[in-house]
Every structure is written in C-alpha cells, then in structure tokens.
Ligand binder design. Structure first.
Ligand SMILES: CC(C)(COP(=O)(O)OP(=O)(O)OC[C@H]1O[C@@H](n2cnc3c(N)ncnc32)[C@H](O)[C@@H]1OP(=O)(O)O)[C@@H](O)C(=O)NCCC(=O)NCCS
Length: 179
C-alpha cells in the first residue's frame, strides 16, 4: 500500500538512511546519531513522497520529484521533469515489492498528469536499481559521469514519443525529428 508518512515511520526512515546497503550507490549511509537528531517527528511528509506499507509497517519509500535543472540529464528543454526515486529496506529486497509499488505510483502519476514523461537516474553499478528501471519500462536516454561514477539516465513515456530531441553542449537542440 502507498500512503503518506506518519510518526510511526520514523525508525524506518532512520534505518533507510543509516543502512550501508541502501546507501551503497547513493552517497553512502548517514551516521545514525546525526539522523536521530535531524529527522523530524513525522519524517517525509511532503508532496511526491510515498511510504510503502506492508502489513502496517514501512518497508520503503518512493519519490516523484521535479529533476533539478542544474543536474545533467534532461528530456525537456525547460527541464523540471518528474523523476522517480526508490529506496527500500534490505530485508524487503528480492520479493518484487519495489516493482509492484513503483508500478502503482507510476500508474497514479500517469492518471494525474497524462502524457507527462518520467525520468530516472541511477549508477550503472547499481544492478538492482537498473533491473527495476528496465522492468518498469524505462529506456536509456544517456549515460554520464556524476559524483565520480557512471550514471544511467532513463525515460519512461506513458505515450509513444513522437519526436526525438538530442541536446548539444549548451542545451541547444541539435537533432529533432519524428520517430
Ligand atoms: C533498488 C531497489 C529498490 C530494488 O529492490 P528489489 O527488491 O531488488 O526490486 P524488485 O521489487 O524489482 O524485486 C526484484 C527481485 O524480486 C524477486 N521476486 C521474488 N518474488 C517476486 C514476485 N512475486 N514478483 C516479482 N519479483 C519477485 C525477483 O526475482 C527479483 O530478484 P533479482 O533482482 O534477484 O532478480 C533496492 O535494491 C534498494 O532500495 N536499493 C537501495 C536504494 C537505491 O539504490 N535506490 C536507487 C537509487 S536511484
């Protein structure tokens, strides 16, 4: 089940961000004592953040945020694409829960904003995240170096794209044709 966060999720949020396995490809774990001080009473209560609940307990979270225009990887000239993120507790890995929950979130998003593209970025070394992206229907747009690692940037369109855009160095469109 997808729901908004509640106070009872606080320990699971701390566990997610303190876990070395979860943090392996996203900048590393954060110190637990720092999290205990910094995490608010009701963490993650904001638009675009979904808690994944299994039998009444949080097992992970999904985010749909606007991609930062300053970062590399865009499919719209004005940037700000919806970007999917997923973090699950290691004990919930390997069961298909992330795939099921992300598919539900993407289905909801496609209904709310029909035709709006969704992008995703992950390190190519992050095998599980890469397999999940493929399963969810994301296709590679480009790869680039960021944070000292190779990143995979993918796009999932809820409609068949009718044009292909290729951006040049300054963000200029250098290729634009009907598929
Ligand atoms: C990325 C992440 C969410 C993937 O989780 P996951 O559990 O591997 O993903 P899925 O839900 O797709 O589950 C897939 C696995 O469940 C298995 N599975 C078992 N029962 C299943 C079922 N009934 N239905 C579907 N899959 C099932 C699949 O065989 C697959 O196993 P495999 O990967 O060994 O082949 C998780 O590894 C994670 O949170 N990583 C840390 C955070 C992170 O790096 N996020 C990405 C940042 S961009």
């Amino acid at each position: 089940m997808l729901r908004e966060s509640e106070a009872r999720d606080r320990a699971a949020f701390i566990e997610l961000f303190a876990s070395p396995e979860v943090g392996a490809y996203i900048g590393g774990p954060r110190p637990r004592d720092e999290l205990e001080r910094a995490v608010p009473e009701v963490p993650g209560r904001r638009p675009g953040l979904f808690v994944v609940d299994l039998d009444g307990a949080m097992i992970g979270m999904i985010t749909l945020d606007r991609r930062d225009a300053e970062r590399p990887g865009h499919v719209r000239p004005d940037a700000g694409e919806a970007e999917l993120g997923y973090l699950f507790l290691p004990e919930a890995w390997g069961c298909g829960y992330a795939a099921e929950a992300c598919a539900a979130a993407l289905g909801w998003f496609a209904g709310a904003l029909p035709g709006e593209p969704v992008v995703l970025c992950t390190q190519t070394a992050n095998d599980r995240a890469m397999r999940l992206a493929a399963k969810l229907g994301f296709n590679e747009v480009e790869r680039f170096e960021e944070y000292g690692a190779e990143q995979w940037f993918g796009l999932r369109s809820s409609v068949t794209p009718c044009i292909t855009l290729l951006y040049g160095p300054e963000g200029s469109v250098i290729f634009d044709h009907p598929v």
